[in-house]
Ligand binder design. Structure first.
Ligand code: MF3
Ligand code: CO
Ligand code: CO
Length: 267
């Protein structure tokens, strides 16, 4: 498969799918409190997607070598890096959780995730979540025609590492469109001036996974999906789907409840 460039109709489709994915997160936000289980969050999301007229892209998703993913979203708590499967364990005060939603609307995919602090979080956890949010945006603001993917990765890596954190290497952002995962891969580390050149009409995600400790990860248990930090340190992730425009970028996964961009983003 190769990179797909979206025309005006494709961009409209991606805008709608992106907003709807973000609105699932808006809907879930007030429920993410101590005591709720991630399975209940998944159930709430499934009901809401039905009302929206979207389909979950994760439910039954089965890339080569994986078992079918069993839920309508991913919930990755504390040391879980990504692909956490909703379960019966209640969230507790001080947990941090990533909720990652991908919906399909009229064949177009929108993919976005946010971090949530469950009740009060420690200073260290809040700092990891905030720095990871800013790391994602340091990548987003690079996006414009002529820039290369290595420039995005480098900006994210430089920012995360200068704050004492590490960047997960095994998972990356991805092209997205009429498929969940398309070319190109969007690494969250790299070298300036390398890799694919951005062109108008490209749509891809930027979704850095940043660890408080070492960058290494491992599979957890035997569900075939859950990824944790090898050193058990906390991990955070944020994700937006973006469009390369003629002059810069458009974030496709914004909604009324999206957290505002950091102050360094002037747009
Ligand atoms: N939404 C994830 C991403 O950002 C992929 C989740 S695949 C799943 O690419 F099967 F684990 F849900
Ligand atoms: Co996602
Ligand atoms: Co993604």
């Amino acid at each position: 498969m190769s990179i797909t460039y979206k025309d005006a109709a494709g961009i409209e489709g991606m805008r709608t799918a992106g907003r709807l994915a973000a609105e699932v997160l808006d809907h879930l936000t007030p429920f993410i409190k101590p005591g709720i289980t991630t399975r209940e969050i998944d159930q709430l999301a499934a009901e809401y997607m039905k009302k929206q007229g979207t389909l979950s892209a994760t439910l039954g998703y089965q890339p080569a070598g994986y078992p079918p993913y069993p839920a309508s979203l991913c919930t990755s708590v504390n040391n879980v890096v990504c692909h956490g499967i909703p379960n019966e364990k209640p969230l507790k005060k001080g947990d941090i959780v990533n909720v990652d939603v991908t919906v399909i609307k009229d064949g177009w995919y929108g993919d976005t995730s946010r971090m949530f602090l469950v009740g009060e979080a420690s200073i260290a956890a809040k700092r990891l979540v905030q720095i990871t949010y800013e790391a994602m945006w340091h990548g987003i603001v690079q996006v414009k025609p002529g820039v290369r993917l290595g420039d995005i990765g480098w900006q994210i890596q430089k920012f995360a590492e200068s704050n004492g954190f590490s960047v997960v290497r095994e998972f990356c952002g991805h092209g997205i469109g009429r498929n969940f995962h398309e070319e190109p891969q969007v690494l969250h580390y790299g070298k300036p001036g390398t890799l694919e050149e951005l062109k108008p009409g490209m749509t891809f995600t930027i979704e850095p996974m940043i660890n408080a400790g070492r960058r290494e990860v491992k599979e957890f248990g035997n569900d075939g999906w859950t990824i944790v930090t090898k050193d058990h340190s906390l991990s955070a992730q944020w994700e937006h789907t973006v469009l390369v425009t003629d002059t810069g970028y458009e974030v496709l996964t914004l909604s009324a409840g999206s957290p505002p961009p950091p102050a360094f983003v002037n747009k």
